[in-house]
Design a protein around this ligand. Structure first.
Ligand code: FES
Length: 112
């Protein structure tokens, strides 16, 4: 969905350089300003971007595609595919970022 930026900063992903995102259902992790951010292609023109920093104490979570969950190696928190907490000790959802697909350039903008 096209939403206004939350800050001045953005990160541009050229889809032609990332075949992992060519198909709906594809995903890839990027390091943006030292933050691991996973980007999913949710539709032909829609993308989802989530921080992989656990909201408990800051470990980096893993995406488990087979169970469509994020799991934290430190204390076992789990999050669903939208970053929502499904098991503590974390109490806050993973941070999500607004995204915008530009068909004219085949790029995805992540608003930081
Ligand atoms: Fe992730 Fe504690 S840092 S569960």
């Amino acid at each position: 969905p096209t939403q206004p930026p939350t800050s001045g900063a953005s990160f541009t992903i050229k889809l032609s350089e990332h075949p992992e995102l060519a198909q709906v259902g594809g995903f890839k992790t990027f390091t943006i300003n030292s933050i691991p951010i996973i980007v999913f292609r949710t539709g032909e023109t829609t993308f989802k971007a989530l921080s992989m920093i656990c909201t408990h104490q800051g470990c980096t979570v893993s995406w488990v595609n087979s169970s469509q969950q994020f799991q934290c190696p430190c204390h076992g928190s789990k999050f669903d595919k939208d970053g929502k907490v499904i098991q503590g000790p974390a109490t806050q959802n993973l941070k999500s970022y607004n995204t915008e697909y530009k068909s004219s350039t085949n790029e995805v903008i992540i608003y930081l």
